[in-house]
Design a protein around this ligand. Sequence first.
Ligand code: AHR
Length: 325
Amino acid sequence: MKNWKRVLVLLPAIMMICTVSVFAAPPKTWVVGFSQIGSESEWRTADTISVQNAFNEDLTFNLIYSDAQQKQENQIKALRSFIARKVNCIVFTALVETGYGPVLQEAKKAGIPVIMIDRDVQEADRSLRLTIMGSDFIKEGEKAGTWLADYLKKQGLDDGKKSINIVELQGTTGSAPAIDRKTGFANIMKQHANWQLTRSQTGNFTTSEGKAVMEAFLKADSTIQVLYAHNDGMALGAIQAIKEAGLKPGKDIIVIGVDGVKGAFEAIVAGEQNVTIECSPLLGPQAVQAVTDLRAGKKLPARIWTIEGIFDATNAAAALPSRQY
Ligand code: AHR
């Protein structure tokens, strides 16, 4: 009886100790391997910084960063080294869509979850990665095409009969955004029998290659009316080429880009680029949230979308001061 009384007296203190130890227990530190593809664009730099900052700000994560410098073999090596180090989770952006099957199988066998950000892989076994977070690249291509149709209509430039000559600067061959942005734009082209894709070549998502390819297009063809570039970096390079050819970008040639980088906003405000379809690189906070949920034992949705806008002469100037990348 005496013992029971003692327990009753001590009960509040015991409960407090238990509560404190349950709630104050810090989450287990997780080691996360992040395999990035390189630094081909202003967009990519913003993306890398966003992911690094978000993980480094949370002291319960230890981030190991690896830059593949645009080489798939470097990425595969990095993934293997993450597996050998037994990291708790891999965050991965795939340079191209295919060729990662075996290494992803190795991660699965080692019980290491893989979260894709930005660019996905095309593997028949979808269980090789837990989720993909980022933009809908097909929708971005469709938005570009729909914007063009509206613009041509408003300007009275498309009678539905006379051909509209379009050139395309593609992103890195085999990458998800290059494949999907092409498909999305082509979906809208199908609705306009007079739109013609007269030239299409890769500019590897870089400003310098965008410029060089556009120079070649302009030398070979004086009938270009529209440039559709798979990113703003290439569009900005092409704008230089158009100017050097003695033409006015944004007027003589309609310029469409994707990403929404500051340089594109400035070009729109200057009247040299007509539109940018936003693709946000600020994926760090979303990635940390997903890994945190995973560590807490929660199930991740198969797809985590990013919400994005369209910026042209009607709204770019107002949005420019608050752009983060
Ligand atoms: O994967 C996203 C694309 O990659 C961005 O549009 C481009 O700028 C980048 O290099």
